[in-house]
Design a protein around this ligand. Structure first.
Ligand code: NAD
Length: 793
């Protein structure tokens, strides 16, 4: 069985450094190689260096590693990951290639250069190590021609998408010589360890996602010119409205870089023929834009140009920038009223106006093209759909889109327009099958060119929507459900709006703990919404506050605190599985559990200060306790420093930008787990429950907590008071800081007093109620609800 304990990445450019960062994020040490510079930089000359100086020879990968710290979006999940990346050059350190279990080539997109790199790799690699290329579209087979048998057996394409940390797709491209065991290893490694969505692609020009994606972009360019639409108009209807990213068509091109786009298009153009070739021909205006250096975000202008706050769009006919336009039409308006992308699409493509016709003309060619290429670029429609969703951020892949708009209706129309329908699609319809996908009892099936087959998924992927269809729920209310996850584990799923915590969720927490204590081994708190939980339901609380219903508010906060304490002192293990945003109440619900199993992409923070409040569900206390528990037994520590750190985290509403950073801020303990693959999160959390149960779970015992008291309170406030005096924070900010400091300090007690949790919860509740009664806090809450951003008052 292969294992990847150490990797080498050759090429430290945009993709190479990003891939190295991703490997380091998951704990795999990487040697990052690049070429030795041929010329000295000015400051190297000033330092008296020659081309033989070590720093100069390693300069390219060293600079690339330094850049990782500043790159946006951040390629690293923690600065600490940097320690796992070591720079090297392709002349002095080739011996290091022998240490690597996986060598990934990420050099310039040029066959000759890549072949030269692989010839060197073949000489230095250890037998059995995996070698792969990140090429966007060069033949993988051609790259390995003439190399040793062991090399070719272990060689394949691994095509990451930019940026590698964030984009889910990994295309794995075997050659005829690749050992099938290496292919299956890579698929599993890609999913389980790299956390990617792996799609097996055939060794054809530009593989799956770029082939179809680039085709779609070219069709859009052609139709835009033919039908006389503007760049802004196209973007206004080819984004979220049809389930595509906000950057739609032209913003995406600007971000990718028009030079890269032209490069990719030319690669396909050279390798295809007939009408397909015509589509991939780069339009004259685009060539001209590249010539002028208007290649998008990298150069500051492309299809868009930003001047101050204003954004202008390019008119491709005149190459002048004009005011940005957007498209509105009856069909667009009607589509906007529909729920869900499938219904929006259906409304749009069959509409009767210009916008509807445009969408029909840019969407359907991609559906036909995808169907034509089935078998040539991928074995299944599932692979094609997944590649487009995971690589291009489409909500629906081409075949799912086709199902959404209705196969029979669209084909009748396409035939009327004289379009050729791929024979396998016609046959499918003749057999009476009118959709590419089918669902039966929670299982999903796809049409494989002959009949329907079950969609293969990784056994670690639990899809809650399907699970519930299959297994039902134990109990459900408006905000949450309790589900039997099998093997004696239950799952508490939030499903309120934004998964905000209200009374319904609190009630379900009580019910879940009762039920689990009686009938289950343990509980997972998790869901598969957009975000884990964005906080408590502030709309509800604001309403009560504006009506001066302090008694009700006190009751709500009490219930919230009690629910969190039930989680903490449950007789059975509880695991939280946060992902994406876990803010305010979302963090509070995660803090008291026995084990957090967080997705690598978890943005956790106690952000209540942003709406003029402090955490009301025991979050501050739990963060403080988690910090204290993190200090090894017998080690002397400064209690004030612990209080200061918690104060700083909450007062500044710090939100971690990854699970690792959440650990650095003490939201996660060293023992808490991180799932790199978000699709495996519920499974991993379930395993954590089972592991605790197997070890013989002992419920927590209540302990007293040492606090910094009155003197510590004064110390906590020093910073805030200085900021207030220099005008950095407002009166109300200072008031909130005081309330928060009072809660963390444990009120007016001597330094080091040991208090119980209920005492701290009472302090917290009093502070919370006094703040929510304040008009300035209410104004902050209102502003957040209306505008979605904090108000400084
Ligand atoms: P890049 O230009 O940013 O980096 C290429 C690196 O290769 C540079 O660091 C350069 O110094 C190095 N290099 C140049 N000549 C070399 C040689 N003779 N030997 C060894 N190294 C050499 O390019 P990139 O965008 O990172 O692309 C790298 C590869 O990844 C290409 O094959 C590209 O098609 C592919 N790719 C790129 C993207 C993307 O969005 N940029 C996405 C997927 C795949």
């Amino acid at each position: 069985m292969k294992q990847i304990k150490k990797a080498a990445v050759i090429g430290s450019g945009v993709m190479g450094s990003g891939i190295a960062a991703h490997l380091a994020n998951i704990g795999i040490p990487v040697t990052l190689f690049d070429i030795v510079p041929k010329e000295l930089l000015e400051d190297e000359k000033k330092k008296g260096f020659t081309l033989e100086h070590r720093e100069v020879r390693n300069r390219i990968p060293t600079v690339a590693i330094e850049k990782l710290l500043k790159a946006k979006p951040a390629p690293l999940t923690s600065k600490k990951s940097l320690a796992l990346i070591e720079p090297a050059n392709l002349e002095d350190h080739l011996e290091k290639l022998r240490e690597a279990d996986w060598i990934i080539e990420v050099v310039v997109e040029n066959l000759a250069v890549k072949k030269q790199v692989f010839t060197t790799v073949d000489q230095y690699r250890k037998p059995g190590s995996i070698v792969s290329s990140n090429t966007s579209g060069i033949s993988v087979e051609a790259m390995s021609e003439g190399l040793s048998d062991d090399f070719r057996k272990n060689f394949l394409g691994t095509h990451f998408f930019n940026p590698p940390r964030y984009l889910k797709l990994l295309e794995v491209i075997p050659t005829k010589a690749t050992d099938p065991d290496v292919v299956s290893f890579m698929k599993q490694f890609g999913e389980d360890v790299l956390g990617k969505g792996v799609v097996l692609a055939k060794d054809t020009p530009n593989f799956i996602a770029n082939r179809i994606g680039t085709y779609g972009l070219h069709i859009t360019l052609l139709e835009m010119v033919k039908r006389q639409f503007s760049v802004g108009e196209i973007d206004s209807i080819t984004g979220p409205l049809i389930g595509r990213p906000k950057s739609a068509t032209f913003r995406t091109l600007d971000v990718v870089g028009l030079d890269t786009f032209v490069h990719v298009a030319n690669n396909i153009y050279e390798q295809v023929s007939g009408t397909e070739k015509q589509v991939f021909e780069v339009p004259v205006f685009l060539k001209e834009m590249v010539q002028r250096g208007w290649i998008g975000a990298k150069s500051g202008q492309g299809f868009y140009l930003k001047k101050g706050k204003d954004i202008f769009e390019l008119n491709p006919a005149t190459l002048e920038y004009e005011e940005r336009k957007s498209l509105n039409s009856a069909a667009v308006e009607m589509a906007k009223q529909q729920k869900g992308t499938a219904n929006k699409l259906k409304t749009l493509v069959y509409g009767n106006d210009r916008a509807a016709e445009l969408l029909m003309s840019i969407l359907t060619p991609v559906l036909l093209y995808s169907a034509e290429l089935l078998g040539e670029i991928a074995d299944t429609i599932v692979d094609i759909d997944r590649a487009m969703k995971w690589g291009f951020g489409w909500e629906l892949g081409p075949f799912e889109t086709w199902d959404a708009i209705g196969l029979e209706k669209s084909i009748t129309l396409l035939k009327e327009q004289g379009k050729q329908i791929p024979s396998w699609v016609e046959e499918m319809l003749q057999k009476g099958h009118s959709s590419f996908y089918k669902e039966a009892n929670g299982d999903l099936f796809y049409y494989d060119g002959d009949d329907y087959r079950a969609i293969e998924t990784n056994p670690k992927e639990i899809n809650l929507k399907q699970w519930k269809i299959k297994h039902g729920v134990i109990k459900k209310n408006t905000g949450a459900s309790l589900i039997d996850l099998g093997d004696g584990v239950a799952l508490l799923e939030f499903h309120s709006k934004s998964n905000a915590i209200g009374l319904d969720i609190m009630e379900m927490i009580h019910f879940a703990i009762d039920e689990v204590e009686k009938n289950y081994k343990g509980l997972v708190i998790g869901n598969q919404g957009k975000n884990f939980c964005v906080g408590a339901n502030i709309a509800l609380m604001l309403m009560e506050a504006q009506d001066d219903n302090l008694f009700e508010l006190d009751m709500v906060v009490r219930k919230f605190q009690q629910a969190m304490m039930r989680i903490k002192y449950s007789h059975k293990p509880v695991v939280a599985a946060p992902f994406n945003m876990a803010l305010g109440g979302g963090a509070e619900v995660s803090l008291p559990v026995d084990h957090i199993q967080a997705s690598m992409e978890t943005y956790m923070g106690l952000v209540e200060v942003g709406v003029g409040l402090i955490p009301g569900g025991g979050g501050t206390k739990e963060l403080y306790i988690k910090h204290l528990n993190g200090i090894p037994n017998g080690v002397e520590f400064d209690l004030q420093k612990v209080a200061n750190k918690v104060f700083e985290t909450v007062a500044m509403a710090k939100v971690s930008t990854s699970a690792e950073e959440a650990r650095e801020n003490n939201f996660l303990s060293p023992a808490d787990g991180v799932s790199v693959n978000p699709d495996h999160l519920i499974y991993d959390a379930k395993q954590a429950v089972l592991a605790m149960d197997a070890k013989g779970y002992q419920p927590r015992v209540k302990k007293k907590i040492p606090v910094v008291g009155e003197t510590g309170y004064a110390t906590l406030l020093l910073g805030a008071q200085a900021m207030y005096k220099s005008g950095y924070i407002s009166d109300h900010d200072l008031l909130i800081a005081k309330k928060l400091a009072y809660v963390i300090a444990g009120g007016k007690v001597p330094f080091g007093t040991e208090v119980d949790e209920d005492y701290l919860l009472n302090l917290e509740r009093e502070a919370f109620i006094s703040l929510i009664s304040h008009p300035k806090t209410q104004a902050r809450m209102q502003h957040m609800l209306l505008k979605g951003k904090p108000l400084r008052n």
